[in-house]
Design a protein around this ligand. Structure first.
Ligand code: CTP
Length: 396
């Protein structure tokens, strides 16, 4: 998608760098259009390097390309962050005396504006009226966050976090093809206690499951995430429930399954748990040179869901994940097909974790196979993989 990022002259202009990075990482092309005053706060060189595009706020250079019209007409999405009180006033009045003003007036793309200013300016009657005008015209104006401002003061006026701005902006363009669908996603990795201090766990960061949940929210789904050991996870628009062990996750999944349209089992679930969990800390001094932990099998949550779907005739699509050390794409496809068959799910998302480049990374290289034999390979950000998984589910 082609995103125009307008930056206006406020101290929060430096945070636009994070917005550019997030957009580029999600696979979008970014064209930065700062105002002249924005360049007092952040250099064009920085913006060019991060966006991989030239930056020139002057309306009167490169005139032959009619760039004010070209930029506005070709944009799929426009974000203005930070937006000053002065910018809000110009935009509400339809003033086009600089490149950004022209781009905004020539574009039909959705626009997200993220204001940042001192509380007094944000609550000033003029600003309040300008924001009302813009909103009444369908412009999406975020409310600023509250907190520490530039000086010693604090209050409403901080620029919202770059992640929140990008999420809100991308939601404006997304297809709502999962509108009203209820999706249950497990994410993260379960932990099985050995004693009150130690556990058996795994390397799963939960990022792929979380990316699917975020994408599903932006496509209109009602999403619940069972987050296994993902510290402080929040997903705006989704319900996040913390979970820990495989047994606890199974209980929660069974409780939530009724009324769910899609179950996505992205969590890395421990296949075994410790048979006798010690109530007190195992003391090194008393253990000697070897210990034997007896492990017993955990329930297979995904297989359990598939059986319930069949036995109770539930209308639920099921998606499993397969983290394999395959070595080749051919071997990965064979392992994925075998797992699709043994679990009985509708879709399997397989990846090769040899060398463990996937764990904790923002990227993934996934092979998606449906039970009807459709195969798709996607290498990109976890968001890009999430969007292909959801495309397939939307078809199903
Ligand atoms: N899974 C599950 N319950 C388990 C183990 C796995 O629900 N006890 C789910 C995972 O969430 C994933 C899929 O099953 O969607 C495959 O997980 P994986 O660990 O790759 O497969 P296993 O069933 O453990 O098979 P194997 O160890 O033989 O690869």
């Amino acid at each position: 998608m082609r995103v125009v990022l307008g930056i206006t002259g406020g101290i929060a202009a430096y945070k636009a760098t994070s917005i550019i990075r997030l957009l580029i990482e999600a696979g979008h092309e970014v064209k930065v259009v700062p105002t002249q005053n924005a360049l007092r706060f952040i250099g064009a060189t920085t913006l060019e390097a991060l966006s991989h595009n030239s930056v020139d706020p002057d309306l009167y250079t490169d005139v032959e390309s009619v760039k004010h019209v070209e930029l506005g007409q070709s944009a799929d999405l426009i974000i203005v962050a930070p937006a000053t009180a002065s910018f809000l006033a110009r935009y509400a009045a339809g003033i086009a005396d600089d490149l950004l003003g022209n781009v905004l007036l020539t574009s039909r793309a959705p626009v997200l504006v993220a204001p940042a200013m001192h509380t007094e300016m944000w609550t000033n009657a003029a600003t309040v009226a300008n924001v009302e005008t813009l909103r009444s015209r369908g412009i999406n104006v975020l409310n600023p966050d509250s907190g520490r401002l530039t000086g010693k003061d604090s209050g409403a006026g901080r620029l919202p976090e770059p992640e929140a701005i990008v999420e809100a902006a991308l939601a404006l363009t997304s297809v709502r093809d999962l509108s009203g669908k209820r999706i249950l996603v497990t994410a993260g990795g379960t932990r099985e206690a050995i004693d009150p201090v130690r556990f058996i766990g795994n390397h799963s960061s939960g990022k792929q499951g979380v990316a699917i949940a975020r994408e599903a929210v932006s496509r209109g789904a009602r999403v619940t995430v069972l987050a296994a050991n993902i510290e402080g996870l929040q997903i705006s628009g989704a319900t996040v429930i913390a979970t820990d062990t495989a047994i606890e996750m199974e209980r929660q999944v069974n409780h939530l399954l009724q009324g769910t349209d899609v179950f996505i089992s992205a969590a890395a679930v421990s296949d075994f748990r410790v048979a006798e969990v010690s109530a007190t800390k195992l003391k090194r001094s008393q253990l000697g040179d070897q210990i034997n932990l007896r492990l017993i099998a955990n329930p297979d949550i995904l297989a359990g869901v598939v059986s319930r779907v069949r036995e109770e005739g539930l209308d639920v699509r099921t998606v499993g994940f397969a983290a394999e050390t395959a070595g080749t794409q051919w071997a990965l496809a064979e392992l994925a097909k075998a797992k699709l068959g043994s679990k009985g799910c509708d879709v399997i998302v397989a990846n090769d974790v040899s060398g463990s480049a996937v764990f904790g990374s923002e990227h993934n290289d996934a092979l998606i196979i449906t039970k009807d034999g459709e195969q798709k390979r996607i290498a990109g950000t976890k968001t890009a993989v999430a969007s292909v998984v959801l495309d397939i589910l939307a078809e199903l």
